[in-house]
Design a protein around this ligand. Structure first.
Ligand code: UT7
Length: 340
């Protein structure tokens, strides 16, 4: 009897796009009642990038995708699935941003769809890519987390407008027969009983677009900041401890801990609880703010471009966001390093 060889999903390449315009803390001081000192002390954020008015989520995503494709060495006609994670799609209902991206990068006649898992979106995509590849349904899955978060931020609300930025990050996930290259483990979960912690009330079936929506600002993101903060620290720490214990890996053996970049204090608290050294923890929140589904791939791209991420090195991803959703992943970087 012939036996099919096992297939593993490997993380082949990374790419990211950061819009040009910078919104600094000094700029925000002129817009709301806040100070650079407060923002840096409470969040670690110094600046964030904001997309141009005519630059959309799909534009940023397409640029990140082109980069990830080129760096993977995989031809466009070998890609058989395109997935986008975003909570700021070009259109709220249809078409999906993944469809628009596929057109912009010139890949047609392949399956393409969006998922909504807020800040956990990219790691959720990784789980979908893994399932498609390891079941034998797809071979090369292009995944992208992209957000024009500025399109749902109320720039009169100091509790949220200081946090968020725009950007995109993409990766190629491909089939391999080499187990050493495959994603080691991944855990993704959700708890909808905390849905009101992070919510954009409109537009949607509950509040379709109306004058009332505009008058009451229901189209802007609302967040229970302090409650979200506490739950984020607890959940992120627990999730990482579990994935490390399950795979019998010590936190010392992780060269790159890449948490969701929401707030420096959350990252520090989780890093300390896991006894991570400073050099293990990847930090980009200071220059990009919270870019939701784009935050993890943008951070991976940063360490790749700076030459810090080498082939075969283990990455530990950990994320938390609206839904509430959370996810962690343990995987080697199976692509070429920048200096190779
Ligand atoms: O990506 C998805 C997950 N998202 C997160 O994980 C975000 C989690 N939350 C946070 O990062 C933090 O909760 C914030 C940065 C949003 C807020 O920090 P905090 O330390 O939790 O502050 P707080 O909401 O408890 O507010 C403390 C004080 C309040 O004043 P009073 O009531 O003590 O007088 C706020 O009104 O700070 C005030 N405040 C500000 N002051 C200056 C809130 N925002 C600002 C601001 N500038 N921008």
């Amino acid at each position: 009897m012939s036996q099919t060889k096992p297939v593993y999903a490997s993380f082949r390449s990374i790419g990211a796009y950061v819009p040009e315009k910078i919104l600094s803390n000094a700029d925000l001081e002129k817009m709301v009642d806040t100070t650079d000192e407060w923002i840096v002390k409470r969040t670690g954020i110094k600046e964030r990038h904001i997309a141009a008015e005519d630059e959309y989520t799909s534009d940023m995503a397409a640029k990140a995708c082109e980069m990830a494709i080129e760096r993977s060495g995989i031809a466009k006609d070998e890609i058989d699935l395109i997935l986008c994670a975003t909570v700021t799609p070009d259109y709220f209902n249809m078409p999906s941003t993944a469809c628009i991206i596929s057109d912009k990068i010139g890949i047609r006649d392949v399956q393409a769809f969006d998922i909504s898992a807020a800040c956990s979106g990219f790691v959720y995509l990784l789980s979908i890519a893994k399932a498609f590849i390891e079941s034998g349904m797809k071979k090369n899955v292009l995944i992208v987390g992209a957000e024009k978060f500025s399109s749902i931020v109320d720039y009169t609300d100091r509790g949220t407008c200081i946090l968020f930025g725009d950007g995109a990050g993409a990766a190629m996930v491909s089939a391999t027969s080499n187990k050493e290259e495959g994603i080691v483990d991944l855990h993704a979960s959700a708890d909808g009983s905390y849905a009101d912690f992070l919510v954009t009330p409109a537009p949607g079936a509950i509040h379709p677009a109306s004058q009332q929506v505009i008058d009451e600002g229901l189209n802007f993101v609302q967040m229970k900041g302090n409650e979200t903060f506490k739950l984020a620290v607890k959940t992120l720490t627990k999730d990482v401890k579990e994935i490390l214990a399950k795979n019998e890996i010590n936190s010392d053996d992780i060269p790159h801990f890449i948490p969701h970049q929401a707030n420096y204090r959350i990252i520090k608290a989780v890093g300390d609880a896991l006894k991570m050294k400073e050099e293990q923890v990847v930090l980009t929140v200071g220059k990009y703010g919270n870019t939701s589904a784009a935050s993890i791939p943008m951070a991976i791209n940063d360490i790749w471009e700076s030459g810090r991420l080498q082939t075969g090195e283990l990455m530990l991803l950990d994320t938390f966001g609206g839904g509430l959703t959370w996810a962690s992943a343990l995987l080697p970087f199976a692509g070429k390093a920048i200096n190779q």
